[in-house]
Design a binder for this molecule. Structure first.
Ligand code: FE
Ligand code: CA
Length: 530
């Protein structure tokens, strides 16, 4: 076998991972790479940090990616698998090891490691670390979820999105760590794919706009090198979903914003999805080409179920795109008239048939006190004027897919979903709104939605804030960056919007900018005075 030859290119990504690992195990030479007494590995293996995610009662995913040269396409490692030892401990000093083992960092997956640790105890904190090439990683802290159906006193989760590297520093993550959340929920736009040099940048992307795997790896490495982001991953388990910028601005399934050849776009999407998988602590199976199943549920005992959805990969065509206008603009039309032929067409989809069916079923079966729809963007139908002053809907968020959104709300009613809440990101603004039954809009709310601002990404103008009340939002703020915090127990809870004084400063302070109380059994939000 030539697998120990560093000059050999990695095998094709379509080969079975299991077969490769099985083959690798048979090779003593392969196993000795990085082990004591063999060819030494370059130092700095853990430059991208460690992370954990997708916790369950007995299990959590541990992640790292070996990359001594993080911006290089191969991370600075030869194209051979590297054994990585992992340890999970009850204590910070790693005196009492609860579980340990060895995983292989596979060059075809960027020498990333995803360990599915089993046999842990529910509702417990653990520490974890990795060891490779004689180096010990920094330690991370994680936790398991409460046992299925177990009574649980409380859950604190922080939710965030949109952390454009060039738009600011990551003070938000420092403050979030200080809040000691059980879980961090990231709702999309972990990276931005743009070329370096955006207006008002405080720091620059380090590689050109990515279109291939090497480009996306370098972009993730740029973000993952940030010490405050690393610290947030070390502090708590994460659950992530993606939005558009993990691939390309405003993409819809196989369509980019320029409506380029879908076959070309899908090659780009495959590279982006692979890099996403390689850099996040995901329980999901690795992508196959341009396809990756990301939607899933996460249970917090009897208290809460998160339904984590993917509104990018399967969405149907955008509404109101007259071909001659699209051709003239050379891109899709991102703002659409309040009425057009197909905007309200009931057959249009945001989640795709399979995911929608899956969600329907999950909602029918959930016994949780709180049901949290972890999704990407604003659900409330909201209009804004275009340059000509004509009111328009976004073609890219749920306002452009109203029938698909209303099907979810109707399902909540039909399934008797208890205390539904939607959490979102994407719009670079904070927003809060009651959710009403689309068929009985005059009745009391059936739920509430909260969009948790952006870690750094900005939004031009202040129309969203100005038009908030007119659009039926209880709260709208588009000039402050930050994140949301959800605290719930069996009887009620609080959503707090946390706003940075200045996201362009690493030492920015933070303060509550809005607070809403929730009551179990009485859907809707109640604004508290600060
Ligand atoms: Fe964004
Ligand atoms: Ca977005």
């Amino acid at each position: 076998m030539a697998q120990t030859d560093p000059s050999m290119p990695p095998p094709p990504a379509t080969a079975s991972r299991r077969a490769f690992i099985a083959g690798g195990t048979a090779s003593a030479a392969l196993m000795s790479i990085g082990a004591r007494g063999s060819t030494p590995l370059p130092p700095g293996l853990f430059s991208l940090g460690v992370a954990s995610g997708d916790p369950e009662p007995a299990s959590v995913i541990l992640w790292t990616r070996l990359a001594p040269q993080p911006l290089a396409p191969d991370g600075g490692l030869p194209g051979v698998a590297v054994p990585v030892r992992w340890e999970v401990s009850d204590d910070e000093g790693f005196a009492r090891i609860a579980r340990d083992g060895t995983a292989l960092a596979d060059p075809r997956w960027g020498h990333s490691v995803h360990v599915d640790v089993q046999g842990l105890r529910p509702d417990r904190s653990y520490f974890y670390r990795f060891i490779a090439g004689g180096e010990v990683s920094m330690a991370g802290r994680t936790r398991t979820t409460p046992a299925a159906g177990a009574p649980v006193d409380r859950l604190r989760l922080c939710f965030a999105s949109c952390q454009k590297y060039e738009a600011g520093f990551y003070a938000a993550w420092r403050h979030m760590v200080a809040e000691d959340p059980h879980l961090i929920l990231f709702l999309g736009d972990y990276i931005y794919e743009g070329a370096p040099g955006s207006k008002d940048a405080v720091r620059l992307h380090r590689n050109p706009e990515p279109f291939d795997l090497a480009g996306y790896r370098a972009r993730y490495a740029t973000y993952k090198l940030d010490p405050l982001l690393q610290a947030a991953h070390q502090a708590a388990p994460w659950a992530l979903t993606w939005d558009d910028h993990e691939v390309a601005n405003d993409y819809a399934a196989a369509l980019g914003e320029d409506n380029e050849d879908p076959a070309v776009f899908l090659r780009r999407r495959a590279a982006a999805y692979q890099a996403y998988y390689e850099h996040q602590p995901l329980r999901a199976k690795p992508p196959r080409g341009p396809d990756m199943t990301l939607y899933r549920t996460l249970d917090w005992g009897a208290l809460a179920q998160l339904q984590i959805i993917d509104d990018r990969q399967y969405r149907g065509a955008r509404a109101c795109q007259p071909p001659e206008l699209v051709a003239a603009h050379k891109r899709y039309l991102d703002k659409v008239p309040l009425q057009c032929d197909d905007l309200f067409d009931p057959s249009r989809t945001m989640l795709g048939k399979a995911q929608e069916h899956w969600l329907d079923e999950r909602l029918a079966r959930s016994q949780a006190t709180w049901n949290i729809l972890a999704q990407q963007t604003l659900m409330h139908q909201s209009a804004e004027p275009n340059e000509a002053g004509e009111m328009r809907y976004s073609a890219d968020n749920w306002s452009g897919y109203p029938a698909a959104r209303d099907r979810i709300f109707r399902r909540w009613v039909e399934a008797g979903t208890r205390n539904p809440l939607a959490l979102g990101g994407d719009i670079h603004a904070f927003a809060a709104a009651d959710i009403r039954d689309p068929d009985k809009p005059d009745r009391a709310p059936i739920g509430a939605e909260f969009v948790g601002g952006s870690i750094t990404s900005t939004r031009p103008g202040s129309q969203f804030k100005r038009l908030g009340a007119q659009n039926g939002l209880s709260f709208a703020e588009d000039q402050v960056r930050g994140y949301g915090r959800l605290d719930i127990d069996r009887n009620g809870g609080t959503v707090t919007f946390r706003g940075l004084a200045d996201a362009r400063r690493e030492d920015s302070t933070i303060a509550d900018i809005a607070r809403f109380s929730l009551e179990a059994g009485r859907p809707g939000l109640h604004t508290e005075s600060l």
